[in-house]
Design a protein around this ligand. Sequence first.
Ligand code: UDP
Ligand code: MG
Length: 319
Amino acid sequence: MEPELSIVIPLYNEVDNVEPLYADVTAAMAELGRSYEVIVVDDGSRDGSFPRLADIHARDERWRIIRFRRNFGQAAGFAAGFDAAQGEVVITLDADLQNDPRDIPKLLAKMDEGYDIVSGWRMDRKEPFISRRLPSMMANRMISGSTGVALHDYGCSLKAYRREVAKGIRLYGELHRFMPALASWMGVTVAEVPVNDRKRQFGASKYGISRTFRVFLDLITVQFFLGYSTRPLHVFGGAGLLAGGLGLLIGVYLTFVKLVLGQDIGTRPLLLLAVLLVLLGVQLVSMGLLAEMITRTYYEAQNKPIYAVREVLGPTLDV
Ligand code: UDP
Ligand code: MG
């Protein structure tokens, strides 16, 4: 029998958090009274987390453990968990006890209203302002503004997804922070609920201040993928036409100056600009065409659909 809920927890070097996590989740889920499985993805821990997890699995079969060969990062952890998840609803959680499993019923109540993703919002965060909350606030603004999925707290791991939505998100690098935005290509409804934020008691955070810059770069990737991954020529070609067109105009003007007015143009900076713009235009358009070919390989080699179906009335051609 499939469980109703799958709880996915990426875990990396959290040895002292394993037992409290088990106790916390189990207590919260006992109150809720729905069937569930927990998928802990041990992301290559080297601090003895795995034997503790194995011990829990031996006690409680609902806890499934996936152990990575090495540290692949939190996004890979989520991806492995999503692949393995069987529940109708998939809930993600941090292993370090900063999220409170007692908030899970709140997320589920919101899911029952029909949303595809419900995101936790840590309204009262317990972390330092300058190094953590300020960059996070700016990142949330930027991601919300440019991806069109407005959330106050992208960084909160406590989120709930409908199974087919979770399985439709393709994660790379550290893009797990953008999961609701990445899911938006399918056309999803997203809601937020305030959740509890707790201080980390055991172990240390795995990320430093450099995360801020990586998030900014990732934002460019996500925006490109969301907007243009099926039509890259529209980005490159657009810029290319603009540059090339402008270069051509300047060229025509310079030709006029030379042939009609009879002035020398060899020393004019404008000539250099015209040549630069025309070359740039040609380069950008051909880059766009190359990107179009890569896009076709990307979608067709993996049989990736360019659409997502909500439901079908009447027979389908699926076998
Ligand atoms: N984590 C992971 N792999 C990594 C880094 C982190 O699975 O490479 C897990 C970690 O064990 C924790 C969660 O991801 O459960 C969030 O990490 P952390 O608490 O360090 O991030 P922060 O709360 O400081 O943003
Ligand atoms: Mg944490």
